[in-house]
Design a protein around this ligand. Structure first.
Ligand SMILES: C[S@@+](CC[C@H](N)C(=O)[O-])C[C@H]1O[C@@H](n2cnc3c(N)ncnc32)[C@H](O)[C@@H]1O
Length: 261
């Protein structure tokens, strides 16, 4: 498993996350009241320009946040006009904390759930699925990459046609695109690359844009001459779920794909 695809084997284990979220030793409601939070990779203000374009308010009415943790992302999105964000996480500890913290925000709901089995939700019931760091955690689980594939199949099932799976990850295309394409190539993928906040701070005098769209090659890879400015950059995959008749997959018969759908 894993290698460069996983930064710590612990990240795949529910027990690790439960312990991490209760690490202050505090009761869930006390932790929530203390407003504890941690945002992996990037924050909403940094992602906002892309999100507002790709997930318009309020047209994309229903958003699913995978592995929400105690990130500020959902809260910030509701402050910015998003009206219905369902947050799930495998850790019952963090779900209880977040439910308590946001009990006065009706736009946010919280449920303890494993992303590998989201059968609680009906087919095509979301306009957008957001994932900041959760596929990465799945690539660290004992069942990787199978569990990650199960999660992606569930994401494809839950999205309405033309819905968006927005994946924010440290995984480069050579690791993530083959995984995404296992869902029978039902995605049209646009890639953005974003330096880490630390790198951006260091380069704050630079006039370069912080987020760059990079055209993938035909086989879904970075152009051979492409050089990452920040080697720790984050990759943002905007995966557009194609309607069945739009599916064009190398090596896969569209009819077979349609039957499988
Ligand atoms: C790297 S953290 C990202 C947290 C948050 N999305 C953020 O951006 O700050 C990964 C999150 O995924 C959750 N997670 C790990 N495995 C999961 C699974 N199988 N199902 C649901 N959530 C899971 C963890 O509990 C953790 O909150």
């Amino acid at each position: 498993m894993a290698g460069v695809e996983c930064k710590s084997n612990d990240y795949g284990a529910a027990a690790y996350w439960d312990a991490r979220y209760s690490s202050s030793g505090s009761h869930a409601s006390a932790a929530a009241a203390a407003g504890e939070f941690f945002d992996w990779y990037q924050t909403y203000p940094a992602l906002r320009p892309l999100l507002r374009v790709r997930v318009p308010v309020p047209a994309a009415s229903r958003v699913l946040m995978l592995g929400c943790g105690n990130s500020l992302l959902s809260e910030d999105m509701t402050k910015d006009g998003y009206e219905d964000i369902v947050n799930i996480d495998i850790s019952s500890v963090v779900i209880e904390q977040m439910r308590e913290k946001h009990k006065e925000i009706p736009q946010l709901t919280y449920m303890q759930m494993d992303v590998r089995d989201m059968s609680f939700f009906g087919d095509e019931s979301f306009d957008c699925v957001l994932d900041k760091g959760t596929l990465d955690a799945m690539m660290c689980a004992d069942d990787a990459p199978d569990g990650a594939s199960k999660m992606l199949a569930e994401v494809a099932r839950l999205l309405r046609p033309h819905g968006i799976y927005l994946l924010i990850t440290y995984g480069a295309p050579k690791e993530r695109v083959p995984l995404l394409n296992q869902t029978r190539c039902s995605w049209s993928i646009t890639l953005y690359i974003m330096p880490t906040p630390g790198y951006q701070l260091k380069m704050s005098k630079s006039t370069q844009p912080t987020m760059e769209e990079v055209a993938l090659t035909e086989d879904g890879q970075l152009p051979t001459d492409y050089v990452l400015k920040d080697p720790e950059s984050h990759f943002i995959y905007v995966c557009h779920k194609l309607a069945v008749k739009e599916v064009h997959c190398r090596g896969i018969d569209p009819e077979e794909t349609a039957n499988a759908n």
